[in-house]
Design a binder for this molecule. Structure first.
Ligand SMILES: Cc1ncc(COP(=O)(O)O)c(C=O)c1O
Length: 362
């Protein structure tokens, strides 16, 4: 007789309704959906990586502490290795934070924002509590303090915020750090494109942690590398639970090459910023399009035609953007700043779609 195996008996009941992160796969289209860097990874930095890949490179486990990479990063920030932890993308660091500090507690999230904070909180057995941002998507500091109270937990502010693109003043971050007993995680995934970093505040607040990624400005999304800057006590706790070989050897090397050739990334970053501002101006000229102010490498927009329909029609025309349902706030599109050519194609297709039948005229 076969045992009556039933996955329903086994699956965690608290994760029943959890929707996995929606990662789109649409080969052969212009990808303006994932906030990646559209420009080529610099040849010199690539050569540096390849010149260090010897015959033993793939057969050995990576350095579990990524010592060389951590030391380069620490030198870059003028911090010690005890202030740093690297991860297999900042996604992994988010999960580790939730596992180390969130399980059985509340995670206060300034929302709407990046969905992985809530997803990883739930996976770790924490309770995500969304604290609504204000009408301009600004962090509601008072509401965050009220929600967090004096309870120890985790608080997350994305700055600049994905998907809205706006920045938070470091004074607001300081006000939060001072007022709560939670670990305050500031996700600076897009800080190279605009906004003011909270790194200078690190020494002042032991409950402050700052997360960064190589996936956006530094064009390493495919290799997965993120890191956390925090006080030694926070890093020590995270080290207890991290996977031993979480960042592979190739990625460690690629991260080091980015730090070494950091200057080569400045021009593409400036190009993206200029492209963003140009794209925003051109979108604002289109009737029926609302563009939200952004200091990141993407724009949040609203159109007078149903967002999902516009998303589908853009995809049919070979351009992938992100469709977002932000609950009571409605439906939006988020478009990543691409190359100049990609931006032109996107604008042209969008214009055709909004000029077509099905658009509500103002
Ligand atoms: C705000 C924010 N944080 C973190 C990430 C994940 O970055 P990584 O590629 O380092 O996992 C993203 C990716 O889109 C993001 O938007």
């Amino acid at each position: 007789m076969t045992a009556a195996f039933n996955i329903e008996d086994l699956a965690r009941p608290d994760l029943k309704g959890l929707q996995p992160y929606e990662a789109h796969y649409a080969p052969g289209v212009i990808r303006l959906d994932a906030n990646e860097n559209p420009h080529d990874f610099p040849q010199e930095a690539r050569d540096y990586i390849m010149s260090r890949v010897g015959p033993q490179f793939f057969g050995r486990y990576p350095d579990p502490l990524a010592r060389d990479l951590v030391s380069d990063l620490a030198a870059h920030y003028g911090l010690g290795a005890e202030n740093l932890m690297v991860g297999n993308g900042s996604d992994e660091i988010i999960l580790n934070i939730m596992l180390a500090f969130g399980a059985g507690r509340k995670v206060f999230i300034a929302a709407p924002t990046f969905s992985m904070y809530g997803i990883h909180a739930r996976v770790a057995g924490a309770v995500p509590v969304e604290v609504p941002r204000g009408p301009e998507f600004e962090v509601d500091v008072e509401a965050m303090v009220r929600a967090g109270g004096r309870e120890p937990g985790v608080m997350v502010v994305c700055n600049p915020n994905n998907p809205t693109g706006n920045a938070t003043d470091p004074a607001d971050i300081e006000a939060l750090a001072r007022s709560v007993n939670s670990l305050l995680v500031v996700d600076e995934a897009y800080i190279e494109f605009g906004g003011e970093s909270c790194v200078p505040l690190l020494g002042k607040y032991p409950n402050l942690a700052i997360m960064r990624t190589f996936s956006k400005a530094f064009g390493l999304a495919g290799l997965r590398l993120g890191y956390l800057l925090a006080g030694p006590a926070v890093i020590r706790e995270l080290m207890r639970i991290k996977q031993p070989f979480n960042v592979n050897s190739f990625t460690q090397l690629a991260g080091r090459s980015v730090i070494r050739f950091r200057d080569l990334f400045e021009a593409p970053i400036r190009r993206i910023v200029a492209g963003r501002d140009r794209l925003a101006r051109r979108l604002r000229e289109l009737p029926g399009v609302t563009v939200y102010p952004s200091v990141a490498n993407f724009l949040l927009i609203r159109t007078n035609r149903a967002a999902y329909e516009v998303y589908r029609l853009l995809l049919d025309g070979g351009v992938l953007v992100r469709h977002l349902n932000l609950g009571e706030r409605g439906e939006f599109l988020r478009v990543t700043v691409g190359t100049e050519r990609e931006n032109d194609i996107f604008i042209a297709r969008l214009k055709t779609i909004l000029d077509g039948p099905g658009t509500v005229r103002a």
